[in-house]
Design a protein around this ligand. Structure first.
Ligand code: ATP
Ligand code: MG
Length: 767
């Protein structure tokens, strides 16, 4: 048989099989969640290798996260073994870094360029805004970097922006100046920001046809997962890599037909519009790649029918989409469980309790995941998980690399790897404190400029600045240390270089000597970074310092590669895309969280948030839990939360609502009171209407909450008042704090002890 061997086609349905076997220039697989898109992509790769239709080095597979890349490599390895080595299976960003490391010298960068994450970019932009006095015009690092990022995702650069800018508008002129200064600063520092990684690779391909031709020749098969979330720059990159030669290409370049391209995606799972993802890329694929074959998959292999029906019902509310009905042969499965907690803590306790039950019933922790819309929700979850001794791991956006002390240590490494990087040099200049103040920094700057030196060279020549001997020596010895580090890069291991720098600079010692107890933890974080470097050496025997820096920037910015064996995975809904778990907890299904309050008013915002909900629901194989809280601590305040509008889109009969433990208790529930009373900060309960019965009737329950709010909204309480609480009985108000909707009564109950109640929602009356 010419095509994939039967083993690779085992168990596939006819459409999947066709998708694996199809051999043509362009193939689009569109299908809903869990229908086997990623599996088909993986098997196609395995088939190409097994049939010797391609060498591993001729395959470029793009996934959305590092985790997805690792999983796909693992699956291909399972199918074809060692032939998997040498393939490029990576995210857009890591593929581009690899290309840029090889090719950056073509356009004025060197291969040891630095990658600026968004916080680095902001530091730089902040300085530029200040230098140009643009803060008075309302420019902030956040809005400027968002705008620049958006432009770069559309492949606009300073010059193209300038051509279209309205120069009569002072704001636009000012922005243009900032953008220009930022671009210059990046080039001077031999650095790319995150969006540049893609944009500059496209630029490279367009400006250097020979370079592009080499990659076009190399990659005969390009495969892209989650194509619905590609932005314009990513689309252009794919296009450059796979397009057939045009008449404009010169003879050298014009060979071959272009690579075969396979993309898979689901418009209903497009959740990155805020980063410029353009759903049109998938909708218009057939136009962009004439003759493209389109294959639809309809059978879902992941979830139970109840979960699928819920997902289908929710997403059906988005208009402007092609209706597709997923079905499964798995059977209905268990009902979805709903839970309304008093507070985020109460909700977290529910999640922890249910996880414990699942675990006792045989589900491995690693088959359980908890999703949330915003990172701020992790605090309550973590607190409860730690207290319950539940093993968990937070995936994605690891804060580790964002810690100041870790960034300090990294800045030392970067200063050695890329001496042009002023941002890094300025960071280490006076960290730890060595008496080099801002005035000295400025003096060094002008000295460098006046003498045509780089900042780093100016440090070496510091004697010429005419500064005091102490400062001069401080600069010189830092400079000597960096020189020593540079030398060691050539001979030693990354961990040796790092150890040298953080020890000799006094960075670790300063933290150790400090009396701030936090500093001991900071020192440990630096040691953890050294351990990370050692791990890297073990996994990459030939790895160089720049490879380590690359890995850190990509992992830190995206998701984390750590294996999650034996732990419950916590992550944002965005990170969850493409993954699956036996049991999934979707938390904070409330207005202002989902849809997020920032997106609710934006055009297309609520539809995108609904897709996010759809992505979350469809991650679950067997069990799905939806939870919310009545009060939510967010942005430093505790506010009344309302159930998400999307909850009403799920047929009521699919959800089995559980009461809040406190409520259940007062109606004869099985849990001991003491446990419940300790559970949440706001042991308020919510009144009879809510606590009498589970929230099953979707059409009236949000109103019940509203009524409750109205009932208590203007309840006047003062210290000394006697009140009655439906759960805690009678008590005396000690004091009232807060204002408006956030007024809190501190009450000494006769029997139940001291409680803090949110007056607006607590089931209380004055007596
Ligand atoms: P998503 O849209 O969420 O990314 P997907 O379409 O990529 O989903 P996969 O992750 O490839 O779907 O597959 C979902 C699950 O179904 C996986 O566990 C996969 O192993 C399984 N699966 C796919 N096809 C089949 C099949 N023909 N028989 C049995 N199981 C299958
Ligand atoms: Mg997938």
């Amino acid at each position: 048989k010419q095509h994939a061997g039967s083993r690779l086609l085992d168990g596939l349905n006819p459409q999947q099989r066709e998708a694996v076997e199809y051999r043509g220039q362009a193939l689009l697989i569109v299908a809903g969640a869990g229908s086997g898109k990623t599996s088909v992509l993986t098997r196609r790769i395995a088939g190409l290798l097994e049939n010797r239709e391609a060498w591993p080095s001729q395959i470029l597979a793009i996934t959305f996260t590092n985790k997805a890349a690792a999983e796909m490599r693992e699956r291909v390895r399972a199918l074809v073994g060692g032939a998997a080595e040498g393939m490029w299976i990576s995210t857009f960003h890591s593929a581009c870094v690899r290309i840029l490391r090889r090719e950056a010298e073509n356009f004025g960068f060197t291969r040891n360029f630095t990658i600026y994450d968004s916080s680095d970019s902001r530091v730089l932009i902040k300085r530029i805004i200040k230098e140009q006095g643009a803060d008075v015009l309302g420019f902030t690092p956040a809005n400027v970097s968002a705008k620049i990022s958006k432009l770069k995702n559309e492949l606009a650069d300073v010059d193209s922006y300038a051509r279209n800018a309205n120069m009569d508008d002072p704001n636009e002129v000012a922005f243009l100046q900032i953008f220009r200064a930022y671009t210059r600063a990046l080039t001077a520092a031999n650095a790319f920001d995150f969006d540049d990684l893609i944009g500059q690779t496209v630029y490279l391909f367009r400006a250097f046809p020979q370079v592009a031709a080499a990659y076009r020749k190399r990659f005969t098969h390009v495969l892209v997962d989650e194509y619905q979330d590609t932005n314009h720059a990513q689309y252009a990159l794919i296009r450059e890599l796979t397009r057939p030669p045009t008449v404009e290409d010169d003879a050298l370049v014009a060979s071959g037909n272009g690579a075969s391209l396979t993309v898979v995606g689901d418009s209903d799972q497009s959740i990155y519009a805020f980063r410029g993802a353009d759903i049109r890329n998938i909708v218009e694929f057939e136009r962009d790649f004439p003759g493209a074959k389109v294959i639809l998959l309809e059978q879902n292999y992941r979830s139970t029918q109840n979960i699928l029906t819920a997902a289908n019902s929710v997403i059906a509310n988005n208009f402007d989409r092609k209706d597709k009905k997923l079905w499964t042969a798995v059977g209905d499965g268990e009902k979805i469980v709903g839970y309304t907690g008093y507070s985020g803590h109460d909700e977290a306790q529910f999640v922890a309790d249910e996880i414990e039950k699942l675990h006792l019933a045989g589900t491995a922790y690693s088959d359980i995941a908890v999703f949330y819309r915003t990172n701020s929700q992790t605090r309550a979850l973590e607190e409860i998980f730690i207290r319950s001794a539940l093993p968990y791991r937070i995936m994605g956006g690891t804060k580790f690399y964002e810690r100041a002390e870790v960034k300090d240590a990294m800045a030392y490494l970067i200063s050695v790897a890329n001496p042009a990087d002023m941002l890094a040099l300025r960071r280490v200049l006076n960290t730890p404190k060595r008496g080099i103040g801002p005035a000295t920094e400025t003096a060094l700057f002008s000295f460098a400029e006046d003498n045509g030196l780089s900042f780093r060279e100016a440090m070496r020549e510091a004697t010429g600045l005419g500064l005091g001997p102490k400062v001069t020596n401080a600069i010189l010895s830092l400079s000597a240390l960096l020189d020593e580090g540079e030398k060691l890069v050539a001979e030693g291991k990354v961990s040796d270089v790092l150890t040298l720098l953080v020890t000799k600079s006094g960075l670790i010692e300063a933290l150790r000597a400090s009396r701030d107890p936090q500093d001991e933890a900071r020192a440990e974080n630096i040691e953890e970074l050294i351990a990370v470097a050692k791990d890297f050496e073990r996994n990459n025997p030939d790895g160089e310092l720049v490879d380590f820096l690359t890995e850190v920037s990509l992992v830190a910015a995206a998701d984390d590669l750590d294996d999650s064996s034996g732990t419950v995975s916590l992550m944002t809904l965005h990170t969850a895309k493409g993954l699956e778990y036996d049991a999934v907890f979707l938390t904070g299904i409330e207005e202002d969280l989902l849809p997020h309050r920032m997106s609710a008013s934006e055009p297309g915002g609520p539809a995108e948030e609904r897709r996010l909900f759809y992505v979350g629901i469809t991650r679950a194989r067997k069990r799905l839990f939806l939870s919310l809280a009545m009060t939510r601590a967010q942005y430093g305040e505790t506010a009344v939360a309302m159930p998400s509008r999307y909850l009403q889109e799920i047929p009521a009969e699919l959800i089995e609502w559980r009461q809040s433990p406190g409520m259940a208790n007062s109606r004869g529930g099985s849990q001991p009171r003491a446990l419940n009373a300790n559970r949440s900060k706001w042991t308020g309960g919510t009144g009879d209407a809510l606590s009498n019965r589970p929230l099953t009737e979707k059409r009236d329950w949000p109103n019940r909450i509203t009524n409750q709010v109205r009932n208590n909204g203007d309840l006047e309480l003062a210290s000394g008042d006697r009140i009655r609480h439906t759960d805690f009985g009678e008590g005396r108000v000690q004091s009232v704090t807060g204002e408006g909707a956030k007024r809190i009564a501190h009450v000494a109950f006769d029997a139940a002890g001291f409680k803090k109640l949110l007056i607006k929602i607590a089931p209380i009356e004055k007596i």
